[in-house]
Design a protein around this ligand. Sequence first.
Ligand SMILES: [Fe+2]
Ligand SMILES: [Fe+2]
Length: 185
Amino acid sequence: MYSIDQLELEHENINRVNDVIQAISLKILHGEEVPVEDLRKMVEFIRDYGDAYHHGKEEEILFSYMLEHLGPVAEKLVRSGMYVEHDQGRALVLDLEAALNEYETNPTEEGKLEIMTNALGYRRQLRSHIDKENDVVYPFAVKNLPAEVLEKVEEETRVFNDKNTEVREKYTALLEELEKKYDLK
Ligand SMILES: [Fe+2]
Ligand SMILES: [Fe+2]
């Protein structure tokens, strides 16, 4: 399905950013300067692409149809599961940003640990969230949503994606720039 393929492709891109987070953390661990500007670019990627674009699309389209049509299982899987995890991701990014702000005014070793803890915490949280969606939530939706609802998911996904071409292009370019810079390509 186009809509699910697109969501899974976005997961791959988010995990590519997670790999950059790991590469940056290793450099900090080995004594290199904290690349504050690059980490701020990653915060922007996570917020605009990972959250507003990707989570926004999940919440607006697929998950909202699951809640409408799939009863208590969807309540548990989506509202008490995926929505809560989206909020946890948002909180980790907020903490990462606060750690970057603090480090800029007061660059200490403890500050480096705060940055790494929050960046790696986000990475761990998102990787597990993505695995659950790929392995459980999306297959459950495809198997159980009525065909006419899946058709609506497809159509609305196309409209959403067409409206957001600029976001996609901007952040794909940023991702490639960071991968090159941190020798991941
Ligand atoms: Fe999600
Ligand atoms: Fe997702």
